[in-house]
Design a protein around this ligand. Sequence first.
Ligand code: DAH
Length: 355
Amino acid sequence: MNRSASDRPVLTVRPRSQDTVSATTSLQQLTDQLEHLEAEAAAAIAATSSANELEELRVSLLGKKGRLSAVLGAMGRLPGEERPLVGQRANVLKDQVQTLLADRLSAVKGAALADRLARETLDVTAPASYVPPGHRHPLLSTVEEIVDIFAGLGYRVEEGPEIESDHYNFTALNIPENHPARDMQDTFYLSDHQLLRTHTSPVQIRHLESNPPPVRIVAPGRVFRRDAVDATHSPVFHQVEVLAIDEGLDFSHLRGTVTAFLQQFFGDLPVRFRASYFPFTEPSAEVDVQWRGRWLEVMGCGMVDPAVLEGLGLDPERWSGFAAGLGVERFCMVRHGIDDIRRLYTSDLRFLEQF
Ligand code: DAH
């Protein structure tokens, strides 16, 4: 143990590693240490930036094994009359440090909150990040346009299943087994007389089965044929079916309706009806529009065959009507000048984004 020059009793304090190693101390030294501690504590507290750091600092300054405790421990070895001086000073220091810690804690918390608010603030007026909006596929917009025109004429939209029975797809439409018309509509057969429907005409039967006339419906949908793919054929394509049944409907109603529809879709183009054959209509016709100087076949139609009505239990003496069917792809291709049906299915955005 060293002795000080004044020959006062000297005390040992636990040295801090960064202090100059000194094994003994006096009142002066303890007071100096407290002073030093005060300045250091104030600087350290001011430098903290989180509640955790502050807590660590509190423990190292005021905790049981902290800096202040070390000084107070050393105090016990001062002469009795000097102790209160150090004790008072230490108490003041402790209060100061506690106040500084509390103040800093609320400042740090306040800053953290402000920072979080700033980071999480939503600017509801900021422009949204860009999401390409996309748009209707040209086939879909064609269906919608067709359906809209018929809706304007008082027609209701109906749909039917794509997996259909032989009965609805053929027999009920006056196409019995072994009828040559089946040849032109070869399809994909499933078990139990189920098949992929070759046209939307079965919706006529399904609708009339559960809805007594008068009816006016338009039935868009996907249909299937066993066709090889080329520029104008696809094994999967789309049709829209039209059906009107009422008392007193005749061919002039058919002609008027189809002409009004075509002129609304294509503009005021010449329209002609050619006699044709479909098993479920009698008489039947094919309809052409004059498009860019040539006649273009766009749909089939006819007066609903009495045999079809009878099959549904409807009296053909009372009820009559007309039906029509069209291929959506054809309408879409003519409308947009598309030369190859395959372009409609390949999902090439460079193509689709033009419409
Ligand atoms: N279902 C016929 C087809 O796919 C098109 C058709 C023709 C429908 C005449 C009709 C119609 O309703 O009356 O070839």
